[in-house]
Design a protein. Structure first.
Length: 114
């Protein structure tokens, strides 16, 4: 069983920065990918950034150049550095790992004020 716990959300002004962290407990499958997703008010959940088991990264077009995903090699933590935030980034952000099983955290709220 894998448990994911996000932290680091909060209220920030437009143009500001936040760093989200995901603490991972349990054994993540060797070939599991990890990523950050978000659900904005009134919208479906969407992929934000992925860190593959091969350490490759992928970003949604809307966050490219502003967000950076990273994680330790043992995959006990996953981070999302978010810069130049806009009100459109307001959402609940979720950490996820999938492959051998599919596990989600409970989410952390990010609110960007204009």
């Amino acid at each position: 069983q894998v448990t994911l716990v996000e932290s680091g959300g909060g209220l920030v002004q437009a143009g500001g920065s936040l760093t989200l962290s995901c603490s991972v407990s349990g054994t993540v499958g060797r070939f599991n990918d990890m990523g950050w997703y978000r659900r904005a008010p009134g919208k479906q959940r969407e992929m934000v950034a992925i860190l593959s088991s091969g350490r490759r990264t992928m970003y949604a077009d809307s966050v490219k150049g502003r967000f950076t995903i990273s994680g330790d090699i043992l995959r006990t933590t996953l981070s999302l550095q978010m810069n130049s935030l806009t009100p459109e980034d307001t959402a609940i952000y979720y950490c996820r790992t999938w492959g051998s099983g599919d596990f989600w955290g409970q989410g952390t709220q990010v609110t960007v004020s204009s």
